[in-house]
Design a protein around this ligand. Structure first.
Ligand code: GTP
Ligand code: MG
Ligand code: ZN
Length: 287
């Protein structure tokens, strides 16, 4: 018996990365019957055929996490990737991705790409996300800048790349490992949006970690039972949460709210606070 990780699945065949190379596997019958799908990222036990290149997945080991969109198991980090320009950043969308990562208890990092287009702004944005607590990398695939920094952040992790289409996710992975040869696309000038070049889910081995180059998510809404959890998904709110006058404070108009006090003291930015209110509205229970 060998263990490995499913890096790709197409039409009933699964590529499993083991420490002795890639094995192309089918599923043992009882796994095929099970309701829960086998996911890319699943750690599995396999038996090999004599040639060593083919095998059978015998069992799936317990998952530590499960992403639904894109469907990947055992992700432990989300990298939110965006371009400083072209396409212009949508900060609410980026905060939405960070909040989703936080709510799933994944560690989050921020990658500010296309720094060549506006180096000063890229540094400003890095400072913004650093202040919130997020590790950041400022990168340019054109100038080869920030790649070591990014490599360091990806080390030993299973990372899902998230971010708008056209941000340069596939380009960054190609820059980190030219052997990958991922397809990249032009950002359409008219829409200023990318074209969702990347479609399938696959884990790419990078150093001793894995990265999923996911299709740019287009929409991520909160569930209606996440109203109370949302405040914890804003790391800069956390030091203040225990000190509000009212237990159960949702930091809107309640008196003695320490989150509002931190906002007024400039420790929390107006933009992040506004995004909190928008997402809070979205997560309100619907009767
Ligand atoms: N100026 C500049 N352009 C870049 C940089 N990185 C990528 N690009 C360009 O941005 C465009 C989009 O890059 P992709 O890597 O396809 O973007 P993506 O995030 O993978 O997009 P999807 O797969 O659609 O989600 C391509 O034309 C790249 O050449 C960069 O650092 N600087
Ligand atoms: Mg891509
Ligand atoms: Zn409060």
């Amino acid at each position: 018996m060998n263990v490995g990780i499913i890096v790709k699945g197409i039409g009933g065949r699964y590529e499993v990365q083991t420490d002795r190379g890639l094995v192309s596997c089918t599923l043992r019958g009882r796994l095929r019957l099970r309701d829960d799908r086998v996911l890319v990222g699943d750690k599995v036990e396999i038996t090999r055929e004599d040639d060593g290149k083919d095998g059978v997945v015998e069992a799936i080991l317990p998952r530590t996490s499960e992403l639904l969109r894109p469907p990947i198991a055992n992700v432990n980090q989300v990298a939110v990737v965006f371009a400083v320009e072209n396409p212009a950043p949508n900060f609410l969308f980026l905060d939405r991705l960070l909040v989703q990562g936080e709510l799933l208890n994944l560690s989050c990092i921020v990658v500010i790409n296309k720094a060549d287009l506006n180096p000063t702004r890229a540094q400003e944005l890095a400072k913004h996300y650093n202040t919130i607590s997020y590790p950041t990398a400022v990168t340019s695939t054109v100038q080869g800048e920030g790649l070591d920094q990014l490599r360091e952040l990806l080390k030993g992790k299973i990372t899902a790349l998230a971010g708008p289409s056209g941000a340069g996710k596939s380009s960054l992975l190609n820059a980190l490992d030219p052997n990958l040869k991922l397809e990249t696309g032009q950002v359409s000038v008219k829409a200023q949006r990318g074209r969702h070049t990347t479609r399938s889910v696959e884990l790419l081995a990078l150093g001793d970690g894995y990265v999923a180059d996911t299709p740019g998510f287009s929409r991520l809404n909160l569930e209606s039972d996440q109203e109370r959890d949302l405040q914890f998904a804003f790391p800069e709110f956390r030091p203040h949460l225990d000190f509000c006058q009212f237990r159960g404070c949702l930091h809107r108009r309640e008196p003695g709210c320490q989150v509002k006090a931190a906002l007024e003291a400039g420790e929390i930015t107006q933009e992040r606070y506004d995004h909190y209110l928008i997402l809070l509205e979205e997560a309100a229970p619907r009767y």
